[in-house]
Design a protein around this ligand. Structure first.
Ligand code: ADP
Length: 560
């Protein structure tokens, strides 16, 4: 049944009714639009099986309809959750649309979580079906006995690649399920507030929490993030999302790309610098998106081999603070525009991006850089506020910091299966507390100085761990650096810098500390530097500072 109406039925009595169509914002409509208007535009995927697969939006839309039919045949009802453990690829893309488009809920699972956490979230989401790629067969075999609610296991491959033997009972083959269907399926229209996908927060503390996105929130997020001051997506782009589809929907790119009819290039499991660079070049990629650590690999590879980027023009970097040194390298050495973005699972995930206003073009380059290094301005659809300890709004002067709150069309109002509301009432409006500490300037440029739990509180003053890290990362011999709070008897906390040297480089504690001279106020310079081989990261590639704080809990600062 079509829900398209000529006018909205919610016009209050006495008000003039508008005479406009009202159509529910359906995720399936994005793919239908791409198939009708950019039908021959390609989707290229590096497969787990090793080869490159290519087909078009028209093919993808037909196969997604078959997926919807296959899910129906498995006995899934409206609202049922279907879990995916998959890389960025066309089969995962089809599941996004086949599942959500048929009024089921796509639960993307981050395979980098601990196995116990995966079992926990599969149970929490009540997944009925689990679709997974060959890479994860050993993981799922181990977990299957604990996944008692899962009725069907589907391996995302063809018959030829199905295992001869497996411990998983009645393991189904995805290609067989799809090929058994005829595609004679009409995408249903229903209430746009219906749940479409679930993504769990990374859960560095406690159990992960499920953010449940709706069709409406997902489509509006895709629409806004395609705008020029956001990701600037268009039909002339070839887009390679490095950010995983298994976490916050690859920042919405599998939705924004069909919305504008852009070519999509999926890297599959091969996320190393060499594989990514090869795909950038061979598929004439113009735009990419990823966390900073991904770019460390790409830059290293290009430096070693003396390579360039011939078509890639811009990239969004976010998920954790992009070190300014990385921005400069990508811009100056490789001609890449870096768009620094901030977001979180609870925001689907995009909240802000750093793009200049017209008046900023007249500023000296260095000042322009300083703005672009911030996490940027909020998109239309998201509002921001910074508040003090008792909720009082702080001035937007670019200096004063406060707890960052947001509200908007693609911000969660609660979590799956939890009654308590995370929202805070301020000024008669409900706000979501992000857990980040930030300043906002008069032009609306937001700068994250810390996660509230990572702030270093030295004698009542706050030191930004991100600022300390950014300076360290600008040192030519530093590969990665984390600043953490270390206990101090007098100051309560003082900064300790944990550094990974670049391979083969010599670098002493004193050289690192000297590097801070003149770059930051003296009292903010770290008290000590320790060198490690590796900094632990979360399942989404962020530095695990809680683990570092634990590792260095007994560390004695000099002079203490
Ligand atoms: P994920 O999407 O990886 O699950 P989370 O929701 O766990 O992310 O974490 C979101 C947090 O990541 C933000 O609250 C913020 O602390 C951090 N973050 C994201 N983008 C940036 C950025 N550009 N700069 C600094 N911190 C960021």
């Amino acid at each position: 049944m079509s829900m398209t109406q000529e006018t909205s039925s919610k016009t209050p009595a006495g008000a003039l009714a508008a005479r406009m169509m009202t159509m529910p914002l359906m995720i399936s409509s994005l793919l239908v639009h791409a198939a009708r208007h950019s039908g021959d535009t390609e989707i290229v995927s590096r497969r787990v099986e090793g080869d490159l697969h290519r087909y078009t939006y028209k093919d993808a839309e037909l196969r997604s309809r078959k997926v919807a039919q296959a899910i129906e045949r498995l006995g899934c009802g409206v609202g049922d959750r279907i879990g995916t453990l998959a890389w960025n690829g066309y089969r995962h893309f089809e599941l996004y649309y086949g599942i959500s488009g048929s009024q089921r809920v796509c639960h993307t699972i981050n395979p980098r979580l601990f196995p116990e956490q995966i079992a926990w979230i599969v149970a929490d989401a009540q997944d009925q079906v689990l679709c997974f790629e060959l890479t994860f067969l050993p993981l799922v075999e181990k977990l299957a006995p604990h996944l008692t609610g899962v009725r069907h296991f589907v391996l995302l491959t063809d018959r030829a690649h199905m295992p001869a033997e497996t411990k998983i009972p009645n393991l189904l083959c995805y290609e067989e399920l799809v090929e058994a269907e005829n595609g004679d399926y009409v995408w249903p229209e229903f209430d746009e507030h219906t749940a479409a996908c679930i993504c769990y927060t990374s859960g560095t503390t406690g159990n992960p929490k499920g953010a449940v996105y709706s069709h409406r929130s997902t489509v509006l997020h895709a629409w806004a993030s395609a705008l020029p001051d956001a990701m600037d997506c268009s039909a002339s782009d070839s887009i390679l999302p490095v950010v995983p589809m298994f976490h916050v929907n690859a920042w919405g790119l599998p939705y924004s790309a069909p919305l504008v009819g852009a070519k999509l290039v999926f890297p599959g499991p091969h996320l190393d610098g060499k594989s990514l660079h090869e795909l950038f070049e061979s598929e004439k990629v113009t735009f990419s998106a990823g966390v900073p650590t991904i770019w460390l690999g790409v830059i290293n590879h290009m430096k070693q081999k003396g390579l360039r980027l011939s078509t890639l023009k811009r990239t969004v970097i976010g998920g954790s603070a992009c070190p300014p040194a990385m921005m400069r390298t990508l811009e100056n050495d490789y001609g890449l525009e870096v768009i620094h973005a901030w977001g979180m699972t609870e925001l689907s995930p995009l909240g802000s991006l750093s793009k200049l206003k017209a008046k900023h073009r007249e500023l000296p380059l260095e000042e322009q850089h300083r703005l672009l290094e911030k996490q940027g301005r909020s998109l239309y659809g998201i509002d921001m506020e910074i508040v003090g300890a008792s909720g009082e709004p702080q001035p937007w002067d670019g200096h004063t910091t406060g707890d960052l709150l947001v509200r908007g069309h693609w911000v969660v109002s609660g979590y799956h299966g939890r009654d308590e509301s995370p929202l805070q009432q301020i000024g008669g409006k409900a706000w979501f507390p992000t857990g980040d500490v930030a300043s906002i300037d008069a032009d609306g440029f937001m700068l994250i100085t810390d996660r509230s739990k990572d702030v270093i509180k030295s004698g009542g003053e706050w030191i930004s761990s991100i600022e300390l890290e950014n300076i360290a990362m600008a040192h030519p011999d530093v590969l990665e650096a984390a600043a953490i709070a270390c206990h101090h008897p007098k100051w309560d906390e003082r900064p300790l810098l944990v550094v990974v040297r670049k391979p083969g480089r010599e670098l002493s504690r004193e050289q690192v500390l000297d590097f801070y001279e003149g770059r930051i106020a003296k009292w903010q310079i770290p008290d000590d530097v320790v060198f490690v081989d590796e900094i632990p990261h979360t399942a989404t590639g962020k530095m695990l500072k809680a683990r570092l704080r634990e590792m260095f809990r007994e560390h004695r600062l000099p002079g203490v």
